[in-house]
Unconditional design. Structure first.
Length: 446
């Protein structure tokens, strides 16, 4: 047996996986969490603005990934789109330093729309370089013997990215920060992304033997993964994506308001320590579990993971009964529930994304990135924020002053309810995946 062929990855590959996975997620942390905080703290707290930003970002990100995936397979190039894309991506983040903040009441709508447009531009570049090109490259270099490990490592990257941004730059964005602090925040984070792209030109390598597919038209490649015939032929692939989709909808219900929930609703003053503990423990546990998934098989992890995620959401919600009375207890509850919730979101990615990659037909790696974006990003980033907006509006019924809007703990109950639907795709994937996994392992070993 050729060990390298089965699942070992060299230092250069692991360096590229970790470096570009981390830098890409640093950029997405800025987009997914800090743009929302920027909108809520500097433009308007009204949930319609955050919902609008997240939804339009998802639409443009999905279209861009469809285009990027078609270009990757059509040209046979990944490194070029990743490296050059990261360079431009960083500049789109730095452009936010030019946005005027705290607009007058009559200019709020116009400023909100400006931020939404700029977010869409940033999402277009990021989706082509990261969601399309980088994910295609990951599919190229991995196989069924190492995908759960690689995908879980990549799923941990958002936590490390959040640690970098949160620990190194969050103080520039808190309530007492001046406008120039936000400017520094965007410029410094944008520079990190751009520098990452420059490094990519020197470090990253495309898999040998990848050739451009010139047989199909661009339009055919663009729509390939969304064609009914293709869906019928690859139905298990879409069941895997359905599991990720439901989990992501649950995540999107609370994630865009997470900082303001912890700081504002839960009234935890020194929230850096509990958030740091949650990130560190979740990351370590998810990596350990991913190794077990590769060794024992994914079949045994679907149901327990879903159950733990639901329980974690309920535990965090319970803290509402102690807010304002016992900050230490609220913090402890947040840590335990947070580890369960965040840890599950990472393990779910390792479960369903790795299984999804196993079902991608050889030579179609780029073409199937579009359907991943539709089900993993577009649908969750529209449905999740809409559910959140309904919950927030219900909790703030009668509130006329936008500055007094509270983001309620019931957002976690909404996430728990949505997580229940994960059992449906989990049942289907769990029943069919082990046989396919063994077939792929046998193919690798031969």
């Amino acid at each position: 047996m050729n060990k390298d062929k089965k699942g070992a990855l060299g230092l250069r590959l692991w360096s590229s996986i970790i470096l570009f996975g981390l830098i890409g997620q640093i950029a997405w942390v800025v987009e997914n969490m800090y743009f929302s905080r920027f909108m809520q703290n500097e433009i308007t707290r009204a949930p319609w603005a955050t919902t609008l930003m997240v939804a339009f970002s998802a639409i443009f990100a999905t279209l861009s990934t469809l285009i990027g995936g078609a270009l990757c397979d059509g040209t046979g190039k990944r490194k070029l789109f990743i490296s050059v894309g990261y360079i431009i991506w960083g500049f789109t983040i730095m452009m936010f330093a030019l946005v005027p903040m705290e607009p007058s009441r009559e200019k709020i709508v116009a400023m909100a729309i400006l931020v939404v447009v700029m977010d869409c531009v940033m999402s277009i570049i990021g989706s082509i370089s990261n969601d399309a090109a980088f994910n295609t490259w990951i599919t190229d270099i991995t196989n069924t013997a190492n995908r759960a490990r690689v995908d879980t490592v990549l799923a941990v990257m958002p936590l490390f990215a959040l640690a970098v941004v949160f620990g190194g730059f969050d103080s520039l964005t808190n309530a007492s920060a001046t406008h120039s602090d936000w400017k520094k925040f965007f410029i410094m984070l944008g520079m990190i992304t751009t520098i990452g792209g420059v490094i990519g030109l020197l470090l990253m390598q495309d898999k040998k033997g990848i050739k451009g597919n010139k047989n199909n038209s661009f339009l055919s490649d663009f729509t390939y993964s969304l064609q009914p015939k293709v869906i019928r032929q690859n139905k298990m692939l879409y069941w895997c994506l359905a599991g990720n989709m439901v989990s992501s909808v649950a995540y999107q219900i609370y994630v865009n308001y997470l900082f303001n929930i912890v700081e504002g609703t839960m009234k935890i003053k020194n929230y850096i320590i509990p958030i740091g503990i949650i990130m560190l423990v979740s990351a370590v546990l998810s990596v350990i579990i991913s190794a077990l998934m590769d060794k024992k098989g994914k079949k045994h992890f679907y149901y327990p993971t879903i159950i733990i995620g639901i329980i974690g959401c309920i535990i965090i919600w319970i803290s509402k009964f102690f807010i304002g009375e016992n900050e230490r207890l609220v913090t402890i509850i947040l840590i335990f529930g947070g580890i369960m919730v965040i840890g599950v979101s990472l393990v779910m990615a390792g479960l369903f994304t790795a299984s999804y990659r196993d079902y991608i037909p050889e030579g179609k790696e780029g073409l199937f990135q579009g359907c991943r974006m539709v089900m993993y990003v577009l649908v969750p980033m529209i449905i999740g924020p809409l559910v959140a907006q309904f919950i927030i509006n219900t909790a703030n019924r009668g509130v006329t002053d936008e500055s007094k809007i509270v983001y309620p703990m019931e957002l976690f109950i909404g996430a728990a309810v949505v997580m229940l639907f994960c059992f449906i795709p989990a049942y289907v994937v769990r029943k069919n995946q082990p046989k396919h996994h063994e077939e792929l392992l046998e193919k690798i070993n031969n």
